[in-house]
Unconditional design. Structure first.
Length: 295
């Protein structure tokens, strides 16, 4: 199935992170309180899926992730990498047009969740869940921007994880695919306090970067597939995209965009897990990219 058709099936309707976790005490975003909050930073990623077992096998095989089921529930699983918590998996059996919906939802740190939610409504976005206080995790809400791209806003209980260089298998980046980059720039300036900075894309068109307090926090790309609903695409850092892509189908996933010299010198690919949730993989830095690295 083509990338255009596969992503067009992703209806950005209610992402059930909060209802799926209702009544649970989730672990903090950081194992020890940092008492430091970093507005504009993506501090967590949740996967909403209808087949937890399948995606656990997939991501363990692709990225070496490990998993921890919360005691007393089968609806939420923690994701660990190199001993650190990096995200969660929330079970949902929701269907749209008879099809299960699976997707990644990134959570952005904000100083005031209720104010962020009010601003979402003011700019014509939607509030899908929350604001709600989740014990140990913080106050959060799941929202959509005016074009329908879904993300979360959170004020963590003990502070945000400090900035660090992403390792192989870590979250590297988050990228908004939008129909209108100028409008998106205005919207996210209002919602998150982002500033928009244009960069020259390696092997491609100009590329906009969302910055907060002078630091790059996310990317903005004019949607290259007209039929695709705007959405937030998460990136994972890998050493060799081609080697990772070679494992995808054997683990039940799909390759939506294979590495190609025309796209960032062959350092990027887009894959889908067995339930259809999309994630990009990226060799970073791009300079010196080659095919001889280990995965």
């Amino acid at each position: 199935m083509s990338l255009r058709r596969r992503l067009a099936l992703l209806s950005v309707t209610v992402s059930l992170v909060l209802p799926a976790c209702s009544g649970l005490r989730l672990s903090p975003v950081t194992p020890k309180p940092t008492s430091q909050w970093i507005p504009g930073k993506f501090v967590w990623h949740d996967l909403i899926t209808h087949d937890v077992s399948a995606v656990k096998l997939f991501y363990a095989g692709i990225f070496g992730w490990r998993f921890e089921d919360l005691p007393g529930t089968d609806s939420y699983t923690l994701i660990r990498h190199d001993g650190r918590m990096i995200g969660g998996i929330a079970y949902s059996d929701r269907k749209v047009d008879g099809r299960p919906v699976s997707q990644w939802v990134g959570l952005v740190s904000v100083p005031d969740v209720d104010l962020a939610v009010a601003r979402v409504r003011q700019v014509g976005g939607r509030v899908y869940a929350g604001p709600r206080d989740i014990p140990d995790r913080g106050r959060l809400a799941i929202v959509g921007d005016p074009e329908g791209a879904v993300f979360g806003v959170v004020r963590t209980t003990g502070g945000d994880p400090p900035d660090r260089e992403p390792g192989i298998g870590d979250w590297l980046w988050n990228e908004l695919w939008s129909k209108d980059s100028e409008a998106a720039g205005r919207v996210y300036s209002n919602l998150i306090g982002y500033e928009l900075d244009e960069h020259e894309e390696v092997g491609g068109p100009p590329y906009d970067v969302f910055k907060r307090d002078g630091r790059p926090r996310a990317g903005l790309l004019v949607d290259p597939f007209p039929e695709v609903t705007p959405y937030w695409l998460p990136y994972v850092r890998v050493a060799n995209p081609a080697a990772v892509v070679a494992k995808v189908e054997g683990l039940g996933g799909q390759v939506l965009l294979a590495p190609n010299p025309e796209h960032r010198e062959g350092t990027v690919a887009i894959i889908a897990d067995p339930t259809g949730a999309e994630v990009a993989i990226q060799k970073w830095p791009i300079d010196g990219a080659g095919a001889d690295d280990d995965d």
